[in-house]
Design a protein around this ligand. Structure first.
Ligand code: SF4
Length: 178
């Protein structure tokens, strides 16, 4: 498996579509320097254990400052078929095997399905929260506030004086409307 974002035509195993690879705001080190992250259990480049350890240390350090390390680890754990080799989220293949065992001990043998169901429930809750309309009274106040005080400023803070001023205008508007 090549690193996400650097597809190779030889990739035949698809990752689990329920767990999209996390988005990184900037290219990750494993994308820009994939060789650093090459590793198979028992692999010690040309028998040079010290050189391999040094390279792995560099990869681990890169992962520890990666903005998506937490979700990368999750992705690597649920996608065993495509992460059998290499350093992912600062872990070796052997360490990931141990972590998968711990996940199975904690959540049962179907732990990946459990995580997928948790993600789905979280997404549904977030969608419901986004689409739940305000109660009629609150919606009326929001509309009136926009009418008397204008739209909420996006890029500047509202000073306490301005808040007080807005409140006075909103209260007057509510009184006039009742
Ligand atoms: S945590 Fe490491 S392996 Fe994962 S995306 Fe970042 S640099 Fe790559």
């Amino acid at each position: 498996m090549s690193r996400p974002g650097i597809a190779k035509p030889t990739d035949f195993t698809a990752p689990d579509s329920r767990f999209p690879f996390p988005h990184s705001p900037t290219p990750t080190r494993c994308q820009t320097e994939p060789k650093l992250f090459d590793f198979t259990n028992g692999d010690h480049t040309n028998g040079d254990r010290a050189a391999t350890e040094k390279r792995l240390e560099k990869a681990r350090t890169a992962c520890s400052s990666c903005p998506i390390v937490k979700n990368c680890l999750r992705w690597a754990l649920v996608n065993k078929p495509v992460t059998k080799v290499g350093i992912w989220a600062a872990t070796t293949p052997g360490q990931r095997t141990a972590l998968r065992k711990r996940m199975a001990d904690r959540l049962g043998p179907d732990w990946i399905d459990v995580l997928a169901a948790q993600d789905q429930a979280r997404r549904e809750r977030a969608a419901a929260a986004r689409h739940t309309p305000l109660p009629v009274n609150q919606a009326r106040i929001v509309r009136l506030d926009r009418a008397v005080n204008g739209p909420m400023p996006v890029h500047r803070l509202i000073t306490p004086e301005r808040q007080q001023h807005n409140l006075v205008r909103l209260t007057a508007g509510l009184k006039a409307a009742s």
